[in-house]
Design a protein around this ligand. Structure first.
Ligand code: ATP
Ligand code: ZN
Ligand code: MG
Length: 504
């Protein structure tokens, strides 16, 4: 895409700029255009692609600067370089910078840019649509220039164009393994049956279940198989990861780029003084209604959300650290609490819910260790699903949206980056249900959380999410409730179902 940047800025000094000082500015401008802005730019790049001060003037205590550029030493970079060069020169004339005002900033992008790729952001004050592209007019501060905000905006537009091209197919899908067919034992939706026989009931919140003792015996039996037959034998150690995730963690994990539609947000009260809340409780006592609007006034904006993906809140444990060769690969897992996702209209049975239970397996080390660890895990899963749980299942390589988005796809040595989805057939509707996955996430997390390894090699990580509701749904959908059809491995972990509740 053809890019042009334009900037008008004013540097205001503590007193009027005398003619000698103005002459000095002229010299700095010349040097900037000839040398300073060419620094780091390949020699073959033509002059009009590089940042250039195209106009400047002095009036009273104010120096006005106009800069234009193509993609090299972009107008904002050029301005910062100029500012750094001119400040000491003006100092010699006893002039100190009192303020900097960015008057105009424009980015012209040539190419086919669909309207939907133009972001709606408060710093974009105006958009001009031209025949061969667009011009974004920005209102920016000096701090925005320092944060390279114009570069990020360009990248965002490019990503949006790419996402559009990627289209509805959010994932690339490629079959890796398909298990033998299994005899059909059951053809109903097990969630309906769980409700009917009273083993589980809907929770009071949307997409939430209360599992009774009989259902939990099965869920825990499956969990035990996962932990005792797969995770522990492979050397993973249990940890407890937090379940309330603040923005900082999601910024570093990358989730802050797109997780918003599915988060359960968390807010803290503005004060814990009972007097601050007295009218809220009084209102409830008198009306019997909880006054949500009054509460909204008394809570802070969300500090983050409930656990969405299980591994991001682990990473602060190793953030900024260098791990010794001897301890690698690190292999840990967490099963300490619930995950929460706003699935909206998608909720279905026990398998697609807003509150679920998952074991998260996490590992990291060198690239080789990380890929090998994922392969070993895959082998163990295959053995368990085929020989122990006797499921009809398949495994496919998928490329999740964030990898596609971050341009990792197709880059030469990242072919092992990606996710393997494990799917089980649901005989009652013929659909395949993703019941877990294994991901090799490349350097995404180690980079985001600044984690290094002793050898200085690139650090990679992986994770695997075992959804217990999904395992249970897959198991019951295929095996049904007649225990004579259950594999021995599960039977020996569950007792005879006992009715603890007797409703009159
Ligand atoms: P889906 O495409 O089915 O929504 P996903 O791609 O969103 O799944 P991941 O983000 O890969 O799922 O989550 C990892 C695992 O967490 C899944 O394999 C599944 O076991 C579990 N999981 C995710 N969302 C839910 C949910 N809403 N209810 C129950 N389990 C879930
Ligand atoms: Zn994970
Ligand atoms: Mg999902």
């Amino acid at each position: 895409m053809l890019l042009r940047f334009g900037l008008n800025a004013e540097i205001v000094f503590n007193k009027d700029i005398a003619p000698e000082a103005a002459n000095a500015v002229g010299a700095v401008v010349l040097e900037a255009n000839e040398l300073l802005f060419r620094r780091g730019v390949p020699a073959e790049v033509s002059e009009n692609e590089v940042g250039r001060i195209t106009d400047w003037s002095v009036s009273g205590n104010t120096l006005s600067i106009k800069i234009e550029s193509g993609p090299y030493t972009r107008a904002h970079d050029a301005f910062l370089r100029f500012k750094k060069a001119v400040t000491p020169v003006m100092g010699k004339h006893r002039l100190g910078v009192r303020g900097i005002e960015v008057r105009n900033f424009s980015i012209s992008m040539k190419g086919e840019i669909p309207k939907s790729a133009i972001p709606k952001l408060p710093m974009i004050s105006d958009v001009t649509i031209e025949e061969d592209g667009i011009v974004l007019h920005l209102s920016l501060s000096l701090a925005d220039l320092e944060k390279k905000l114009p570069d990020r905006l360009v990248k965002l537009v490019e990503e949006k164009i790419e996402a559009e091209a990627y289209g509805g197919k959010a994932e690339h899908w490629e079959l890796l393994y398909e298990s033998p067919k299994r005899p059909l034992h059951y053809d109903k939706n097990p969630s309906d049956e769980l409700l009917k026989i009273g083993w589980a009931k809907h929770g009071a919140s949307r997409g939430q279940w209360i599992f009774g003792p009989q259902a939990v015996e099965l869920i825990r039996a499956l969990e035990t198989i996962a932990v005792e037959e797969i995770i522990k034998p492979l050397g993973y150690k249990e940890m407890i990861f937090p379940k309330l995730v603040p923005w900082d963690v999601w910024k570093q994990s990358g989730h802050a780029k797109g997780v918003y539609p599915e988060i359960y947000y968390v807010c803290a009260p503005k004060s814990r003084d009972p007097a601050y809340w007295e009218d809220v409780s009084d209102y409830y006592k008198v009306t019997g209604d909880v006054p949500v609007e009054m509460i909204r006034d008394r809570i802070e904006g969300p500090i983050g959300g409930m656990c969405y993906a299980q591994c991001p809140p682990f990473w602060p444990f190793v953030k900024g650290e260098t791990l010794s060769n001897g301890c690698l690969p690190i292999k840990v897992f967490d099963r300490s609490g619930t995950s929460h996702r706003y699935e909206s209209g998608g909720i279905h049975g026990i398998e697609r819910v807003d509150e679920f239970h998952r074991i998260e397996v996490l590992w990291f080390g060198t690239i080789e260790q990380t890929v090998r660890t994922a392969d070993l895990l895959h082998e163990a899963y295959t053995r368990i699903f085929d020989e122990v749980l006797e499921l009809e299942w398949r495994c496919a390589k998928v490329t999740p949206w964030f990898m596609a988005q971050e341009g990792l796809v197709g880059v030469s040595d990242t072919s092992s980056v990606g996710t393997r989805d494990y799917e089980a057939i649901l005989p009652y509707n013929g659909d395949w249900l993703e019941f877990q996955n294994v991901s090799v996430n490349g350097n995404k997390y180690p980079k985001g959380f600044n984690v290094k390894i002793q050898s200085g090699e690139e650090c990679w990580s992986g994770c695997s999410g075992i959804g217990l509701e999904r395992w249970t749904a897959a198991f019951l959908a295929q095996k049904g409730f007649d225990r004579s059809k259950w594999p021995e491995s599960v039977l020996k972990l569950v007792g005879e179902p006992e009715d603890v509740f007797e409703f009159l």
